[in-house]
Design a binder for this molecule. Structure first.
Ligand code: NAG
Ligand code: NAG
Ligand code: NAG
Ligand code: NAG
Length: 595
């Protein structure tokens, strides 16, 4: 019956439409259409659906994925699921005042959920699950009084759940699973009706809904989506700087009391992890240094005495996993000390067992872990010190450029180190955080992989978040971003990105790529379609050999394939590097331009 009546209506509809087009011929598109064009222009890639949205149309009502109210021509549904849409979600969607359904799930949207969606007060359903959205949940969503379904699961959202969402009295389904949310789930309001399966797979949520009592007394009220200020590990210096500048005497005095208390009474946990910057305190609790293989020829007492002298001046690096200090012993030997502030209790035994394994792994292309100490406040790892610094510094911070041979040597070393972890260790080790700052160089610019096994040690969720926080977004394989599950092949992807970084001399998310809406892999793919992949090479790199470059590009292209099955194993990578890159024989891997 419905079909019948539609058939009857159609000529009328066409007629009206026709009239409308005639009337509108010289006019601009409707404001809703304009908002959608703005939404489209923010999108950098798709499976080809959006070019069919034509700006010259009178209104957007016939565009794919768009549905209008027949009378008012206002957009009421926007439904573009599973279209590989990549880019930020334009805040201009907030102008679609009559939008009822927003379904953008299972795409590659990144950036934040625009708070302007709070303007679309007729929204009944929001489906944004299965994207790469990050940042806080906007508290403005609490203004959507008729919202019935809100699914933002499987993204990278952080911060806490805003208490304003408790006001959504019409809410029937609610899902924030598989994000990085923390803090109390608001209990005063409608959210109390949802159970466990609306909140699973987050970083650190608590509340009645999931039978987890919140540690401090802030009860059921969220902090309205603000990420906690102490989240960034590297923020320590800035923070103490701010303390000094603070002009308010009362605040200063309060902080002083707090700090004194923190030293004296070991109330450090209450003040967050970043204030406890004293290594001395780490080791004063009678913790002992455990040594491997007798490779640290010092007593625990000697080492502790040295640790107590370390200050900010000795910091040689900091990253997602902690702060690294240069530790010089009395006999002149130098080590690198990595300090990881404890995130969580309860896996210390596991930690020690795993570290014993890591400490027993020795390989020419891996940084040697000498010993560790599991103190009450932190974990201290002692590594060999490598005078060449990190590959990240060598590529991006020094004026002196690595030449072609040096770059090949570094790539070869990193590949061998990684292949050893994947294929020769038992149990095999997935690194999970391959990036240029985790490749160290010795005095002869030979590469050593560091921080292997740490990610697993610190727990999957933790490593997932720290790698993203540390800005290593560009190295992560698409399937890892989506599932958070690491395999050897996710390492291979990161290795491929590393190769591209070494070739180009640019960080994977360099501004020049971002401007084009791409990262380094996107840029490579673009150059391939243009048949000029060689142009990815750093023009400042001296001594480039075309044959080995072509062979290396061919390896990198396979490594950064979007499907894990198409990526080679690290064993295979090493074989190819040895036979075709280090000792290339002239051969063509693909057609290059005539030159
Ligand atoms: C949202 O609504 C506010 C107040 O009504 C208005 O100032 C703002 O421009 C609106 N934003 C968008 C994107 O429509
Ligand atoms: C929407 O929500 C925000 C934050 O929750 C609030 O400040 C604002 O006044 C609300 N706007 C309207 C129009 O209700
Ligand atoms: C929430 O989403 C996850 C997938 O991200 C799914 O496994 C779970 O069943 C959903 N929960 C509800 C209540 O729909
Ligand atoms: C939480 O506790 C309640 C009552 O104590 C119980 O009925 C419910 O099954 C528990 N839920 C979970 C997820 O453990």
């Amino acid at each position: 019956m419905a079909i019948c009546s539609m058939r009857f209506q159609r000529p009328w509809l066409l007629y009206i439409l026709h009239l409308y087009i005639l009337v509108n011929k010289n006019g601009a598109i409707t404001p809703d259409g304009e908002a959608l064009l703005s939404f489209r222009s923010a999108i950098v890639s798709s499976d080809g659906i959006l070019p069919l949205w034509r700006p010259e149309d009178a209104d957007p009502c016939n565009w794919r994925g768009v549905t209008c109210d027949q009378k008012t021509k206002r957009v009421i549904y926007l439904s573009l699921k599973n279209h590989k849409l990549s880019g930020p979600i334009s805040p201009d969607l907030g102008k679609l005042e009559h939008l009822r359904v927003l379904a953008l799930y299972n795409n590659n949207f990144y950036g934040t959920i625009p708070s302007e969606l709070g303007n679309c007060t007729e929204l009944q359903e929001i489906f944004l699950q299965g994207n790469y959205l990050s940042g806080p949940i906007p508290s403005e969503l609490g203004n959507l009084t008729v919202l019935q379904n809100l699914d933002i699961s499987s993204n990278s959202l952080s911060g806490s759940i805003p208490s304003s969402l408790g006001k959504l009295n019409k809410l029937i389904t609610f899902n924030v699973s598989n994000n990085f949310l923390i803090g109390p789930i608001p209990s005063d309001g409608v959210l109390i009706n949802f159970a466990d399966n609306s909140f699973t797979g987050n970083r650190d949520l608590c509340g009645k809904q999931i039978n987890r009592t919140c540690r401090d007394d802030s009860g059921g009220s969220g902090t309205d989506g603000q990420p906690p200020s102490g989240q960034n590990q590297g923020g320590k210096k800035k923070y103490s700087g701010r303390l000094l500048i603070s002009t308010s005497a009362t605040i200063g005095a309060l902080l002083l009391v707090a700090l004194m208390c923190f030293w004296g009474c070991f109330l450090y946990k209450k003040f967050g992890k970043n204030e406890s910057n004293s290594i001395a305190m780490d080791v004063s609790g009678g913790a002992s240094i455990v040594m491997f293989h007798g490779d640290l020829p010092y007593s625990s007492k000697d080492i502790i005495k040295k640790l107590e002298t370390l200050t900010e001046e000795h910091v040689i690096g900091s990253g997602g996993f902690g702060t690294v200090y240069k530790l010089e012993m009395d006999d002149g030997s130098i080590f690198a000390l990595k300090r990881i502030v404890k995130m969580d209790d309860g896996f210390d035994r596991f930690f020690e067992r795993e570290l014993e394994i890591l400490g027993s792994i020795k390989h020419r292309y891996l940084v040697n872990l000498r010993g560790y100490c599991n103190s009450p406040t932190s974990k201290l790892l002692i590594y060999d010190f490598l005078s060449g610094g990190s590959l990240d510094e060598a590529l991006h911070e020094r004026s002196e450029q690595l030449d072609w041979d040096a770059r090949l040597t570094v790539i070869m070393g990193a590949a061998k180190g990684l292949a050893y972890l994947h294929h020769d260790c038992s149990p095999r080790i997935i690194h999970r955080d391959i990036k240029s700052s985790n490749i160290l160089l010795d005095g002869n610019l030979e590469a050593r992989v560091t921080d292997f096994g740490l990610a697993k040690l610190l727990g999957d969720g933790e490593s997932h978040i720290t790698t993203i926080v540390a800005g290593t977004f560009g190295y992560l394989a698409p399937e890892y971003m989506q599932s958070g599950r690491a395999t050897e092949k996710t390492d291979v992807y990161s290795f491929g990105v590393l190769v591209l970084e070494v070739l180009s001399g640019k960080r994977p998310t360099d501004a020049s790529f971002i401007e084009k809406g791409l990262n380094i892999v996107g840029w490579l793919n673009f150059l391939i379609t243009e048949n000029r992949p060689r142009e990815i090479v750093d023009p400042n790199c001296e001594g480039v050999q075309v044959e080995s470059l072509d062979a290396l590009l061919s390896v990198a292209i396979q490594c950064v394939s979007s499907s894990p099955e198409d990526r080679p194993t690290m064993h295979r990578v090493v074989q190819v590097l040895e036979s075709e890159v280090m000792t290339p024989c002239p051969s063509d891997f693909y057609d290059t331009n005539s030159d």
